[in-house]
Design a protein around this ligand. Structure first.
Ligand SMILES: NC(=O)c1ccc[n+]([C@@H]2O[C@H](COP(=O)([O-])OP(=O)(O)OC[C@H]3O[C@@H](n4cnc5c(N)ncnc54)[C@H](O)[C@@H]3O)[C@@H](O)[C@H]2O)c1
Length: 437
């Protein structure tokens, strides 16, 4: 692809549409508002805090990313969303219990003004939830058209110049790609016939992409990871990315595993277990939704360690992932890892990781970065899958014949080189021979 010749400026307001207004969405919106008011810092957000080195190390040029590329300003973000419950964003945030009362109190009026639109929902796809605030229609196609109408109304009523959608809804049951996902025509036909392999998240994806609105998928559902939606993204010049925010345990895995491989240390097994007590944990307690999550979490090690290239080191890995719903923990997940590695002459060693993390605190800055970067990509005319945003995902989407890159450090280099490339700056190879000539 050619470097974008001109990136349209971030003029006007940017609408942020969130299907699913639960723990992650409300923590994200509350956080943006607290930052806008100077009450908190956007820790964890690359777009707000990150820098990018330009040129030679001797030049001392390392601007903030937001100074290098024309990102939307936080003050220009305007939020909306859908949920299967009527609660406004303040009530939903209070129930999610992520932020403390002091923080919530400061943004109570702001959050109370964000009312979810009625959701396109079907209990068959999220077995642990029963929706009360849901759309009615004779088939899935009609539901998708109603979402399109919501998007158009939001744009008009809020007077936003651009929009981005980020799926922050629950994890749906595991669905394999089928014939009905293969082309836009078959997909529309499938929606009209209520095909069971078309999940509600796909209706939001179809509605967004056909409305010219970029779409990020924060859950492990297929959603935009099907040829029909990818074709539509291409045809409508829309940027898409996914899937499944890379937070707690998988973030750790993609930090540690590249280190083992770089030093040629072997791996015999990796046992990961989690206790989690929020609504996401409850949804994942259902085997169908867990299967979707499990597939997403299992892929990372295999791709990073490349057992086909290193059969002695990584040919026989026992990799297990468990998630246990344990209500007393709320959003404060505990992720344990027992890692059995081996070194020189195959002597075994063990590493234990116990990550006492906060799920939504890790996810919220990812939502912000994805919204801002997708909007940037859209203005730069970059359509289809945005692989440079793999950095943010457990299960990155790629072109059909490519394997995904999971190594966090390669992903970070790729992201920063993409920003340099967009702005016509020299790419950085880290070769550095010229300093010794
Ligand atoms: N660290 C993280 O928190 C993290 C990491 C990776 C992925 N995720 C994924 O992000 C998503 C959101 O996580 P969360 O902790 O906010 O969960 P949550 O349960 O608090 O919020 C999800 C919301 O989506 C709503 N919902 C479900 N189906 C819907 C539909 N069809 N339309 C509109 N709304 C719908 C639910 O009612 C709920 O309010 C989940 O899929 C989760 O697996 C979260």
């Amino acid at each position: 692809m050619e470097k974008p010749s001109k990136i349209a400026p971030a003029k006007g307001k940017l609408g942020v549409l969130l299907p699913g207004m639960g723990a992650v969405s409300t923590t994200f919106m509350a956080g943006v508002e607290l930052v806008r008011r100077g009450k908190a810092q956007p820790i964890g957000s690359l777009t707000q805090m990150g820098t990018v080195r330009l040129g030679k190390r001797t030049e001392g040029r390392s601007p903030l990313i937001k100074k290098l590329v024309p990102l939307a300003d936080l003050k220009d973000l305007s939020f909306g969303g859908w949920d299967i419950f009527k609660d406004n964003a303040y009530q939903a945030a209070a129930k999610a219990g992520v932020l403390n009362p002091e923080h919530l109190g400061q943004v109570k009026t702001f959050l109370s003004g964000i009312q979810p639109m009625k959701a396109a929902f079907d209990h068959e796809y999220v077995k642990r939830l029963e929706g009360t605030h849901v759309k009615k229609a004779k088939n899935k196609y009609e539901l998708a058209l109603q979402i399109k109408e919501d998007i158009a109304n939001f744009k008009k009523n809020r007077r936003v110049s651009r929009l981005v959608t980020c799926w922050c809804g629950s994890t749906e049951v595991f669905i394999r790609p089928e014939e009905v996902h293969s082309t836009p025509e078959k997909f529309v036909e499938g929606m009209k016939n209520n095909h069971p392999a078309i999940a509600p998240s796909m209706l939001y994806a179809w509605a967004s992409v056909t409305s010219g609105v970029p779409f990020a998928n924060g859950a492990p559902n297929l959603t935009v990871d099907i040829p029909a939606i990818q074709q539509l993204a291409h045809d409508n010049n829309v940027a898409i990315c996914g899937k499944d925010f890379k937070t707690g345990q998988t973030l750790m895995k993609t930090i540690l595993a590249p280190g083992f491989k770089a030093r040629m240390l072997g791996l015999e097994g990796w046992y990961s277990t989690n206790i989690l007590g929020n609504r996401d944990g409850e949804v994942l307690d259902d085997p169908g939704s867990f299967k979707t999550k499990e597939e997403s979490k299992l892929g990372a090690l295999e791709y990073i360690l490349q057992p086909q290239l290193y059969p002695t080191l990584y040919g026989k890995i026992h990799h297990k992932v468990r998630i246990n719903y344990y209500p007393p923990r709320g959003d404060n997940k505990e992720g344990w890892d027992n890692i059995d590695i081996f070194g020189w002459l195959a002597y075994p060693m063990q590493i234990k990781v116990d990550f006492l993390c906060r799920d939504s605190i890790l996810a919220a800055p990812i939502v912000l970065d994805l919204v801002l970067f997708l909007d940037l990509a859209q203005r730069a005319g970059m359509r289809g899958i945005q692989e440079w945003l793999s950095f943010y995902f457990k299960s990155p989407m790629t072109a059909p014949d490519l394997y995904p890159e999971h190594d966090l450090f390669i992903q970070s280099m790729k992201l920063k080189n993409t920003l340099r490339w967009m702005m016509g700056e020299e790419l950085i190879t880290h070769l550095g021979q010229e300093y010794y000539d």
